[in-house]
Write a protein that binds this ligand. Structure first.
Ligand code: FAD
Length: 274
């Protein structure tokens, strides 16, 4: 399919991108790696009048040690995250998760900011950001604000950014000694997850983010609570699908997805040493 006609603006700075968003409001869409937006436009599920290309903003592509957390620019590609020694040593869960996104071509184009803003329940890295309890930084006409990851995903492919804001940074806590596991169940290597789970066990606190278990990336809250109150990996894993509402598709029924969530969470909790 060919996308509907649109105007193209290449932003040469974050401020220029914000100015374009301010000018065009909900008629405009940011283009980062384009690996989610372009397919949506080709299917005519999105038809922005103006596409604002931020894909070349090198100053939003970085991974910095910021004391108790890593600061990751929104335009950082998955391949830079999976190969970063800093990420591998300080938040290995995120590196492993990023290395499981699609294939090398996808990981060389796709950005962590684009994937997070896209708010797709089927995407891998939002589950790790939930498990890690990441903080997002958004910039808009009124300046910068921080958004807790739990407040970011608001509905199917929807997030809590306004039409005139963009994600600029993702902050993930440094957890070099934490237990962790990334579990992805798919038919073939490099496919999207049918179900996935990111698990982090750190100083008595457990975070579990699920892939494809609802309209948005979701936390396995009942399983997290079970671990906090002394339950075993098996006890907690048995509750992983509680409170979730996955959909059925050609790959899996609702019941099969719930079963997978329980199995993958139990396996991941055991691997993470819960
Ligand atoms: P874009 O497509 O450019 O943008 C996506 C959305 O986010 C758009 O609405 C855009 O306006 C918005 N946006 C982008 N950047 C910002 C920003 N800084 N601030 C605010 N809004 C922004 N993903 C997985 O997780 N796992 C997979 O296994 C997987 N397999 C894939 C296989 C294929 C063949 C393809 C094409 C994609 C696959 N993906 C997978 C998706 C891929 O990871 C996408 O690249 C990613 O989800 C979106 O990132 P992007 O940079 O391409 O965003």
């Amino acid at each position: 399919m060919i996308p509907a006609a649109f105007d193209y603006v290449r932003a040469d700075s974050a401020d220029a991108a914000l100015a374009a968003l301010a000018e065009h409001g909900d008629e405009a869409k940011l283009l980062a790696g384009g690996h989610s937006l372009i397919p949506l436009m080709k299917f005519r599920l999105a038809a922005p009048a103006v596409v604002v290309d931020i894909g070349r903003l090198q100053d939003l592509s970085y991974i910095n040690d910021a004391g108790d957390h890593l600061a990751i620019g929104a335009l950082t590609r998955f391949t830079d995250i999976e190969t970063s020694d800093l990420v591998k040593s300080q938040t290995p869960l995120l590196a492993a998760c990023a290395s499981n996104v699609g294939d090398p071509q996808v990981r060389h184009r796709g950005t962590i900011g684009g994937s997070t803003a896209h708010a797709d329940a089927a995407s891998d890295t939002p589950s790790a950001l939930l498990a890690l309890r990441a903080t997002l930084v958004a910039k808009g006409p009124d300046g910068e604000r921080e958004i807790a990851i739990d407040d970011f995903f608001t509905g199917f492919l929807e997030n809590s950014l306004s039409d005139t804001e963009m994600l600029t940074e993702i902050r993930v806590p440094k957890v070099p000694d934490a237990g962790w596991s990334f579990q992805k169940f798919n038919r073939r290597a490099q496919d999207w997850a049918i179900v996935g789970a990111s698990i982090l066990v750190n100083n008595g606190s457990t975070g579990i983010g699920l892939v494809n278990m609802g309209g948005t990336p979701v936390r396995a809250a009942a399983a997290e609570a079970a671990i906090s109150s002394g339950g075993s990996a098996a006890d907690a894993g048995a509750l992983a699908a509680d409170g979730t509402s996955p959909t059925a598709d050609l790959n899996a029924s609702v019941e099969y997805r719930q079963h997978l969530a329980r199995v993958l969470t139990t396996r991941g909790l055991a691997e993470a040493g819960a």
